[in-house]
Design a protein. Sequence first.
Length: 693
Amino acid sequence: MEPTFSNVINIEDGTAPSEVIRTRIGVMTHLAPKGVLSSEDELQPLQHAVEVCLNQWETQIVIDLTAVPLLHSRALETLLDLQERLAKMGGWLKVSNVNPLIREILTLTGLVESIALVEVDRDQEQTIKQSFVQRNVRLGDLLVEKGLLNAEKVSEAIIQQKKSGIRLGQIVIDKGWVSEKALLEVLSEQLSIPYANLRPGLYDPEIVKLLDPDVSKRLKMLPLFRLHNALFLATSDPQAVPSFGEVEERTSLRVRPVLARKEDIVRTQHEAHSGNGFDAQMLEGMDDDLELVENNLPEDYAAIDDLAACSPVINMVNSIIQRAVHDKASDIHIEPSQKKSRVRYRIDGLLYEVMTPRLDLHPALISRLKVMANLDIAERRLPQDGRIQVHTQGRPIDLRFSSLPGLYGEKVVLRVLDKNQAILNVSKLGMYDHNLDTFKNLLDQSYGLILVTGPTGSGKTTTLYSAINYLNSIEKNIVTIEDPVEYQLDIVNQNPVKENIGLSFAKMLKHVLRQDPDVVMVGEIRERETAEIAVQAALTGHLVLSTLHTNDSVGAVTRMIDMGVEPYLLSSALIGVVAQRLVRGICPACKTDFLANPELITRYGWQEHEKVRLSKGRGCPECYDSGYRGRMGVHEIVETDNELQRLIISNPSREKLAEFMSEKKVKTLLDDGLDRVLERKTTIEEISRVVNG
């Protein structure tokens, strides 16, 4: 018989803060809440709906979790309490349409023992209960039964166990016979302890805080959920009784172990304690705060986006972008491997892993990003480049999209361009006063070539943008040639290079010089033609700014000559070179001072100081345990004078140029960096890594 629907009520009568659909189907009542169920406020609509049911003596209740992506501890306790109330009234509670994450939460907390999961298959309803039954079988026998080891290896491991006292499980892992995951799954079956594949959402952020981060890291254990007086604790060692006792003493809760890989526990600890994890916000739909702009999708792509509007993949992509903006990441790497996908952020120049989505989600993540970038989602064999513009956290963010096919799928890198974080003021580049005065003096020249040098990621483009912003005025015609345009500036005429149609730096520069420019910025000098045109432009009354990939300031001279620029032309055109690097600053949250040892003082010539006090970071959640947070520039500026002009004409060697630097007592990158070490802004190790590396 077909079910009849009656008494369909929206619980939004003013007493509940949001909507819960209440539906009667025969003798059963279905309640359908929405959103993450964690706090009292979020649970209030459901609790109100339940009270309505109980007041009307409706004691057979099914809670439909279709629109609920995640449950936290408070919601689990509410479900358990409701089940007990209904049982006393002769009724029952079931939950239906649970996603895999909620299913795993209900399983590891044991709620499936008392609350049934309802699976709907066409017109048939199945009630599923899962239970753990401890098997009185030895671990070695179970490993053989599962086909993970043969009897000979088990015997060998048992002999070693008797000699060394090391547990059998650890021995087979150390020998590489069985993976930790496989062993824990077998132990789960043997000991009747649930096994969890730790990932975002499989822990309650509030419950994690019950155990001090230092204690959690020392014990390599992580609180996951609380169910009244029971604490579900992730551990890789189910027999760590002393550690369980310590946790019980600290939390006043009874420990219920949950098996998890040690690597997963450590990674999740970092995510949970640093605030950089992807928690309920990702699953709940943070896309309310992220709006895609300037996205003129073709009709087919728009249809795909509409169909996927409720997909968790969209929420995941939005959350990845939002977290990157929040953590001030410069790049987002989304890359597949053989067994998992990986999301990494480049923060302060180094990459940190922040998330490992399931491998089967990777193609969907890439397709979503391609749709946002208005690219061909069907093309997976060729690299693609694009641009995404979003509005989040109250400001516009540009993302440069780049995909590259690899062995296990496409890797995508998103360059995050946040104008709010960009330094567009020369006075805020962090230069010392003498360097800043020299740099401004160069920019105040009416013509000439200024080069900014350094490796990739050393902040050259930022310095150029700051220089353009310093020069920008209504009286000047400023033209830029960029690949691509990173930040949009008022009044400035910005032009992207388009190599695919033959519009290169050199060709664009030729046409720009016919536009009556006062200042020309060339994103990068890569080859002879661009170098020669830039020099000619500087000689004919234009101020030309550009970048080169060289290690120091005078290296720009030899690089330009090597490209084919005549030394006599370069000597007349070049007015100055800025070499720079970006070094990480010491994290203020974990900064600690110490006295430099005599060896350091002698090595760096600090003997004039009686005591040299330096600083370093211990490492804390705010700095990803690195001891560093934020970056600053170190600079080396050479202004072309008559002596340097004569030297350039002679086509000098690197040694001759180095002698010139020494005679002129120009402050080098190393000197500039050591001054910042003495100011306790960074460390010797960081300067050595960046400047000498």
